[in-house]
Design a protein around this ligand. Structure first.
Ligand code: ZN
Length: 385
């Protein structure tokens, strides 16, 4: 058996039966197009990725997540899942309403029952979840500049599959759980990524597969809404596809996309991302240096430490900084390499991009040539939203 869903069972409200009838029923309702973050969240609530959540959080639930890092039922939970509305949307909605949700093409795709409306305490959310109210932080900037001031809570039901940045790689938890079971995998180690793989990342994945009892590796790529300067979805997906084909044992490795808005919240994001992977059936979770961080807002190992404080039923696989060491002549880590900083072959992301742009060679010790090839082609960076 793969891991049980968080909270006991998958809470699925993706209802694809009687689609015409359901979509027809949405026509008479107040229609709201959620901001992109909440659009993605509505789909992930519905397919069970965010189990045990069944809808967007109310004021008490948000307060509990901020203050106690748990849902009001006591289960650890670190990221508030809110649906903020702007002034004009707010004016159209009353508590008790059923509203229709519109996708990016203004087509209704689901419904929400409005249980409550409440004013967002943005400063509290920013400082508690992201540890800063600095507008240079991408999520904090969104919170203050793009989110409306009022939030609505309530359950969602989704009636139509949506086209997502992950395309054919996007899978529901039930689908991945079934694939794990078919392969006979019980202990699955999940790898979170939002960037194309360097050889050091491949090393973490392979070392994790070496652990006794691990049956498979699940690479789950966040591709929905990233920050400016991150790679575009197809670049991330193609480079991982190539890595698996060329450098992994394909029978032990599976990849899928996760189209959500990336929360660069360091430790709190790490717990959230681990919970999602548990819902997909994983049992173990890889945490490298500064997972889900941005800038220097978080201590490099804070994301590893939080797993000592909160138990979400995932075994954390923690790694210290990994790099190519010229004396060891291979990828190694702070845990085992005795050599000095000067022996490390370290090239920053920025430098790698610069080399790619000018068609210069990138050392194969750092980046596989197949990946370098994908990254060197054209327009690969996200402009931000
Ligand atoms: Zn060394």
């Amino acid at each position: 058996m793969v891991n049980s869903p968080y909270g006991g069972r998958l809470k699925v409200s993706l209802d694809l039966n009687n689609q015409e009838k359901h979509l027809d029923g949405l026509k008479g309702m107040v229609q709201i197009e959620p901001f992109i973050d909440f659009y993605y969240d509505s789909l992930k609530i519905a397919d069970g990725s965010y189990s045990p959540l069944e809808g967007f959080m109310g004021e008490d639930e948000v307060a509990s997540v901020l203050k106690r890092r748990s849902l009001s039922n006591g289960l650890p939970w670190t990221i508030p899942i809110i649906f903020a509305v702007d002034q004009s949307q707010n004016e159209k909605i009353k508590e008790g309403d059923q509203i229709a949700l519109l996708n990016r093409e203004q087509q209704p795709y689901g419904e929400m029952s409005i249980e409550s409306k409440f004013k967002l305490n943005k400063k509290d959310i920013a400082e508690t979840v992201y540890g800063t109210a600095d507008l240079k932080h991408p999520n904090v900037q969104d919170l203050f500049e793009k989110y409306g001031d009022t939030a609505i809570s309530g359950k969602v039901r989704i009636f139509k599959e949506q086209k997502l940045p992950g395309g054919g790689y996007e899978k529901h938890p039930s689908e991945i759980r079934e694939e794990f079971s078919k392969k006979g995998w019980k202990n699955v180690v999940a790898y979170q990524a939002r960037n194309p793989p360097h050889v050091a990342h491949e090393y973490l994945q392979k070392v994790s597969l070496e652990l006794p009892g691990i049956d498979g590796l699940f690479i789950h790529l966040v591709v929905g809404r990233l920050k400016k300067g991150d790679y575009k979805a197809d670049v991330i997906l193609n480079s991982y596809d190539s890595l698996i084909k060329n450098y992994h044992r394909s029978e032990k490795t599976m990849m899928a996309s996760l189209s959500i808005t990336m929360r660069y919240a360091g430790p709190r994001a790490s717990i959230f991302l681990a919970i999602i992977r548990r819902n997909y059936g994983a049992t173990h979770y890889i945490i490298g240096r500064d997972q889900a961080g941005v800038g220097s807002y978080y201590e490099p190992y804070a994301a590893q430490k939080i797993f000592e404080e909160l138990d979400v039923g995932m075994v954390p696989i923690r790694f210290k900084d990994t790099f190519y060491c010229k004396k060891c002549r291979g990828i190694t880590s702070e845990t085992v390499c005795p050599h000095s900083m000067e022996d490390r072959l370290i090239i920053s992301q920025t430098k790698i991009r610069e080399l790619l742009k000018t068609n210069q060679e990138i050392p194969q010790e750092i980046l596989r040539p197949e990946i370098a090839d994908i990254l060197s082609k054209g327009d690969v960076l996200n402009e931000g939203n």
